[in-house]
Structures are given as C-alpha cells and as structure tokens.
Design a protein around this ligand. Structure first.
Ligand SMILES: Nc1ncnc2c1ncn2[C@@H]1O[C@H](COP(=O)(O)OP(=O)(O)OP(=O)(O)O)[C@@H](O)[C@H]1O
Ligand SMILES: [Mg+2]
Length: 231
C-alpha cells in the first residue's frame, strides 16, 4: 500500500481584488487505507485536496508526499504513481477516439505502435468499452466518456488512483458497474464524491467543510455526520 501524507499542507489563492483566500486550511493527515472517500458540500475544498495528491496543485504551506516523493520537487515521479480521473472527462480525453487515447496513455509502456494498438484495444475490451473504440470522443455520451477516461488512467496501472466525482454522469446501471469495478481494483483509491452509496463502499471517509477536514473516520460514520450537518 502507499504512504500518502499531508503535513501542514494548506492552499491559499489570490483573489481578483488582490487578497489571499485560504481554500484549504493547513492540514495534516496520513492516507494509507485501500479506499478513502472525501465528502462535503460544493466548494468545501474536496477537489483542492485531491489536486494536491498528484501535484496538479502545490501547497502554499507545508508538504505533500506520496511514498516519500515530495509533490513540489518530484512532481513528475509523483504523477507516474498517481492516476487522476477528472470530473469532466473532456478535460482528460485529448485524442479523437477512445482507442487513440488509450494508446497515448500506453506510449511509455509499449514503444512499438502495433503492440500499443493491440494493448489499447485489449484495455477497452477489458472494461467493456470495445464497441466504442473507434467512435468520436465527441459523439460518446457523458457517461461513456467518463468510463473511457477511467480506462485511460487504469491502462497504466497507477499505484494510487485519485478520482474526482467519478459517478456524476453515470446512470444507475453504469454507476453500479463503476462501484463494482472500483471495489475490485487492487490499488489504493482516494475519491471525492457526492454519491453517498459510493462513499459508503470505502473503509474511511473524510468530511470536508469550509476548507478543513471536520471528520475523519469509518465511512458510515462520516456519511452520518455529513447528513447531520445538513439536516
Ligand atoms: N485555482 C483557484 N483559484 C481560486 N479559487 C479556487 C481555485 N480552486 C478552487 N477555488 C475555490 O476554492 C473553493 C474550493 O474549491 P473545490 O473545487 O476544492 O471545491 P469542491 O469541494 O471540490 O466543490 P464541488 O463539490 O463543487 O466540486 C471554491 O470556493 C473554489 O471556488
Ligand atoms: Mg470538486
């Protein structure tokens, strides 16, 4: 398992009027469980917390380390270990078709183009997306795109998978499929979600409110706490 640690990590951003706004208060937490959910209201800081984990965002104070790698100074090495699945799949899918996108993911793993193509086709088959391989990304439904985006990240078997609201665009069938897929993955998962059923599948959950972790414990207790905050 991985060792993911925030040590006094906080994020402040400059606002339009030139003031500093703290969007994540200095946070110290170790994230070592296999499946961890991050829940909380819109704008509470969930995505900010997740973006720190693969150095998409750097802390303004403190440090973030992944298996001893500092996200500030070793960002490239961190990104090789941490797969990040964005909420909006179009911010992730850059090639015209799913097959080409997976090929792009596999460019380090397979140097030969024909091998890369057949491995990419295999990944799509593995995730039940083979029929969409040559379709235009723009013609896929939102949910199909979200599943393809997940496959592009899983293709390179990251040690840690960070997902920012992976089920928002999915219908009932596909969100169930996603739940069972995620439950079967061997690697560590850290995901922000508004889907409280998905959160309950995790061992541990953090409740984020106004830029701070206000609860950290078993997922069922975290969900109960979150529900109470808004009842
Ligand atoms: N780069 C940035 N510059 C300025 N403000 C930002 C930046 N990134 C995030 N924020 C602000 O920080 C707050 C927390 O944002 P964040 O995206 O982490 O929330 P969230 O919990 O993921 O919300 P949601 O559930 O809506 O996705 C929001 O008020 C957001 O507008
Ligand atoms: Mg978010």
């Amino acid at each position: 398992m991985n060792h993911v640690a925030l040590c006094g990590a906080g994020v402040s951003v400059e606002t339009a009027d030139g003031n500093l706004r703290t969007i994540l208060k200095p946070t110290t937490v170790e994230l070592t469980e296999q499946r961890i959910a991050v829940i909380g209201a819109n704008g509470s800081g969930k995505s900010t917390l997740l973006r720190l984990l693969n150095s998409l965002m750097l802390p303004s104070s403190g440090t973030v380390t992944i298996n001893g790698l500092d996200t500030r100074t070793q960002g490239r090495a961190v990104r090789r270990q941490v797969g990040f699945v964005f909420t909006d799949p179009l911010s992730q899918l850059v090639m015209p078709t799913p097959l080409e996108d997976i090929e792009l993911s596999l460019r380090r793993v397979h140097k030969s183009a024909p091998e890369r193509r057949s491995a990419a086709a295999g990944v799509l088959e593995q995730y039940g997306l083979g029929a969409l391989a040559a379709n235009s990304i723009y013609e896929l439904s939102g949910g199909e795109r979200q599943l393809v985006a997940l496959a592009t990240v899983l293709a390179v078997q990251p040690r840690l998978l960070v997902l920012d609201e992976p089920s928002t665009l999915l219908d009932l069938r596909n969100s169930r499929l996603l739940r069972s897929r995620l439950a079967a993955l061997p690697q560590q998962l850290i995901m922000a979600t508004h889907d409280l059923e998905l959160a309950q599948d995790c061992t541990r959950a953090l409740v984020v409110d106004d830029g701070a972790i206000v609860f950290d414990g078993p997922a069922a207790d975290a969900v109960a706490r979150y529900r109470r905050m808004y009842s």
